[in-house]
Design a protein around this ligand. Sequence first.
Ligand SMILES: CC(C)(COP(=O)(O)OP(=O)(O)OC[C@H]1O[C@@H](n2cnc3c(N)ncnc32)[C@H](O)[C@@H]1OP(=O)(O)O)[C@@H](O)C(=O)NCCC(=O)NCCS
Length: 151
Amino acid sequence: MLTFKPATHKDMDTIHYLEQKAFGIDAYDMEMIIDSFLESGDMTIIAYLDDRPAGYVMAIGISEKSADIESICVSPEFQGKGIGKALLHVIEDAMRNHGFTESILEVRVFNESALSMYRKEGYTITHRLENFYQGEMRGSRDAFRMKKTLQ
Ligand SMILES: CC(C)(COP(=O)(O)OP(=O)(O)OC[C@H]1O[C@@H](n2cnc3c(N)ncnc32)[C@H](O)[C@@H]1OP(=O)(O)O)[C@@H](O)C(=O)NCCC(=O)NCCS
């Protein structure tokens, strides 16, 4: 059974583990995870599949109306089962509960599976951000910024 729980400070190792599994060398380090967790308030949520951590999502309010999805990932062994989409729905609900009307995110320009998920979920590209990421992957550091109006 798939369940979702807001993360607490005790979950930092779990989030670090999920980041490493899903992003590899592109993963956030522990310092970044803790800083972002503290900024996110209660908008860091972990998905468990039968009590096993399967993925997580973290969002931060960046203006009165907008929140930014800082990270979303599903551990490779659990990918393709609808968990990514479910995490997106859960974080969008959390944003709505906080009164945000716009969800924003950044994604590597070649990340086809994530781009496909976001497009299907109603996100559209608003900008191409040159050299957005510190580390180069597949010859690029560029991101697309995507946006969705929350109804
Ligand atoms: C992107 C990610 C979160 C999707 O999670 P997931 O649980 O595998 O996705 P879901 O099963 O919910 O599928 C949702 C949609 O994603 C897309 N998708 C998922 N896996 C895909 C793949 N291997 N190839 C192409 N599209 C794929 C599809 O559009 C899918 O919709 P569909 O089921 O109607 O075909 C996951 O692949 C992941 O963690 N990737 C590594 C980390 C990452 O890139 N995070 C996003 C950073 S911006």
